[in-house]
Design a protein around this ligand. Structure first.
Ligand code: 5GP
Length: 191
């Protein structure tokens, strides 16, 4: 079977605060063949987050049980918490012939790359600068100062991994960035 018949698995990674969430929403709203893969995590939900929608929020014991039963395509620890993509949540989408959108980090992206049978396209979204990222993290008002500091430190680590992606896009304007992603998607779906 050629790639064209396989659902497209689109990975969007970025330092947190680079606009990835906005872009994921725009992709899903503009194209209803894309469904977001809901990850499992052991981190606490934020005020506006809903279990089963933003994440499946589970405890460490349950997460480790899923690891031991080989239930994840990929998982890792970020800021002391586990995050992972279960095989069942991806398969539920692809079995309907739909495309999957992943909001995962570089570690997950790398692990997914090992599954050669997947029709994967990996995009890394960069903020225009570290200063702009800090400004966005402060403005979105979701994280305390300590967490912002951690996220800025993680940024320096994240950007070392851009070469492991198929495309790198600087998000200095959300609309332009979105257009570039749409172009990549349409080229991949057509090819
Ligand atoms: P947050 O805690 O801000 O929701 O997410 C922190 C980081 O975890 C983000 O970079 C996000 O992309 C990443 N992430 C979320 N879910 C997964 C997952 O299932 N696997 C991996 N590898 N990273 C994830």
């Amino acid at each position: 079977m050629s790639d064209r018949y396989k659902p497209l698995l689109l990975v969007l990674s970025s330092p947190s605060g680079a606009g990835k969430t906005t872009l994921s929403k725009k992709i899903q709203q503009s194209d209803n063949t894309f469904k977001i893969s809901v990850s499992h995590t052991t981190r606490q939900p934020r005020a506006n987050e809903v279990d089963g929608v933003d994440y499946y929020f589970i405890n460490k014991e349950k997460f480790e049980k899923l690891i031991s039963t080989n239930s994840f395509y990929e998982y890792c620890k970020i800021f002391g918490n586990y995050y992972g993509t279960s095989k069942s949540s991806v398969n539920q989408i692809t079995q309907k012939g739909l495309n999957v959108l992943f909001d995962i980090d570089w570690q997950g992206s790398k692990q997914l790359g090992k599954f050669k049978e997947l029709n994967l396209v990996r995009i890394f979204i960069l903020p225009p600068s570290k200063e702009e990222l800090e400004k966005r993290l402060i403005e979105r008002n979701q994280d305390d100062q300590e967490s912002i500091k951690k996220r800025l430190l993680a940024y320096s680590e994240d950007i070392k991994h851009t070469k492991e992606y198929d495309h790198v896009i600087v998000n200095d304007n959300v609309e332009d960035c979105f257009k570039k992603i749409k172009k990549i998607i349409s080229e991949r779906i057509r090819s």
